[in-house]
Design a protein. Structure first.
Length: 166
């Protein structure tokens, strides 16, 4: 699609079911936007501001969200397979049942995030900050040097875990 929306202000817009495949949303202001069921495959959302956005059931396969502000957003049942989320701010974000298979979350900020039943197979959470995050029922988590102080790890299977805190 190749839509160019760099630096665009879409504050509180209703973009339900929109097709933004390969869209350039770099530095876009998307606070409170409704992107339920949106197609954002391979979209570039680097440094985008998505506070309180609703991305339930959205498809962000291979999307770039590097250094994006996604705090207090709802990404329930969202596909983030192979997404790039390094240095993203996901404070308090809901990622229940989200697919993060192969995603890059290095240096991501995830305190109070809800990752219950999320698929984090092959996810890189190296150096991620997960204090007080809910990581219940996760499997195959790679948490090398991740900060998991006070995180809920009930029913979680960890492999190769070299972590700070516990």
């Amino acid at each position: 699609m190749n839509t160019h929306l760099t630096n665009t202000n879409l504050d509180s817009s209703n973009l339900t079911n929109v097709n933004l495949d390969r869209a350039d949303l770099t530095n876009a202001y998307l606070r409170g936007v409704d992107l339920r069921d949106a197609d954002l495959l391979r979209a570039d959302l680097s440094r985008a501001y998505l506070e309180g956005a609703n991305l339930t059931d959205a498809d962000l396969f291979d999307a770039i969200l590097t250094d994006a502000d996604i705090f207090d957003a709802d990404l329930t049942d969202t596909s983030l397979t192979n997404a790039k989320l390094s240095e993203a701010d996901l404070y308090g974000t809901i990622l229940i049942n989200a697919s993060l298979d192969g995603a890059d979350l290095t240096d991501a900020y995830l305190p109070y995030a809800e990752l219950i039943n999320a698929d984090i197979s092959r996810v890189d959470l190296s150096e991620a900050y997960l204090e007080d995050a809910n990581l219940s029922n996760l499997q195959d988590a790679e948490l090398t040097n991740a900060d998991i102080h006070f995180a809920d790890l009930s029913n979680t299977l960890l492999f190769k875990h070299h972590t700070k805190g516990s």
